[in-house]
Write a protein that binds this ligand. Sequence first.
Ligand code: G3H
Length: 478
Amino acid sequence: DGDVYKYYADGEWKKSSSSKTVAIINPTTRKTQYKVQACTQEEVNKTMETAKTAQKSWAKTPLWKRAELLHKAAAILKEHKASIAECLVKEIAKPAKDAVTEVVRSGDLVSYCAEEGVRILGEGKFLVSDSFPGNERTKYCLTSKIPLGVILAIPPFNYPVNLAVSKIAPALIAGNSLVLKPPTQGAVAALHMVHCFHLAGFPKGLISCVTGKGSEIGDFLTMHPAINCISFTGGDTGISISKKAGMIPLQMELGGKDACIVLEDADLDLVAANIIKGGFSYSGQRCTAVKVVLVMESVADALVEKVKAKVAKLTVGPPENNCDITPVVSESSANFIEGLVMDAKQKGATFCQEYRREGNLIWPLLLDNVRPDMRIAWEEPFGPVLPVIRIGSVEEGIHHCNASNFGLQGCVFTKDINKAVLISDAMETGTVQINSAPARGPDHFPFQGFKDSGIGSQGVTNSINMMTKVKTTVINLP
Ligand code: G3H
């Protein structure tokens, strides 16, 4: 069937027996761009069986060989950057330049993972018994890290390639097999990416990609008895997954409401540049986007003017033209954003620009004088709308940040490094950036959310460790 992309299992491209498909709507044209298979539960079962079998021999494949294959996949991925980026443009309206960057970054991540894997998995520990009271030196303990088994990876629409490989590469280097459930928007880019792993020559069944509606196969996948670990990035769904999942390690990254605290001595040009980059890149559809500015009243007017001037320069339009602001991923997302904007309007926020929307395209909007009774003060729009709350003291800013259900990242702008460190310590978020907008990368840095922003820590090293378990052998001497 030329029109419908096949799913990937047991080393082959397959048509689902369901003869149902899932349409992928281009956010810009709002028309069906691609179609993918709607896999059945039976097909998921079969995929799990092959993943289990493949994992057994993969775990015995020498580490250096696993790394070699990952390096190969990384190179192929980079060679295919143009075609994969094209899918990202059509499926998720990512600006063309950023789409290419996502693929290149992904190739680099895969290579880095291979390198890091051979180092950290190539080392174990050796313990002797006589350090613990009452013991003679009669027990030698050897520890090593072994794979968990089958890992389920569920990336979100905003990085269908990068946040897939950030799960795939650590899983594979550590000797696991991997089943990928891509987001609907982004599924074709993900299938192209999986094709690169296919071309690299990984054993059959080691990596699979099942497509379909989350509502139909989502629970079935996440509660499947063959799954030994789930790595998920996305929204609230993660919370329900974690309630339903069995006794398996979970890695969850579930969004944020990253605060940008601006002190009186901050370099306001630097702040404005970072607010634009942090708040509006990919139209604010990043979990690490700046989602609320908490600025000291005395510098608020000056900062808002600077940001306003920069917002006016943002280009708005289709991703093919490399516009800064492109249509948000879906109509329901645009409606949700609009709901937040209307709520703020009704409650008296100052609109720095006129609110404008055409289809899924929402013009960038800065809302000043936002107060805590407005939804936008707490909820994440995942769109190009940024609230500014004026604060009378740093404590007020920290309090707002910590009153959030989220705790992903945050940032603080000041020239006083001592103050910055104290504020960082006080902010209940996984990461605090000093004098820069929040960001996950570089991809080997630890990345974690507190509270409703998730559990576990990602980043190359942490993900590899998380996808292994410790095994010990104790030699008992006479
Ligand atoms: O959307 C969530 C991503 O993990 C954010 O990644 O900071 O590289 O945009 P980023």
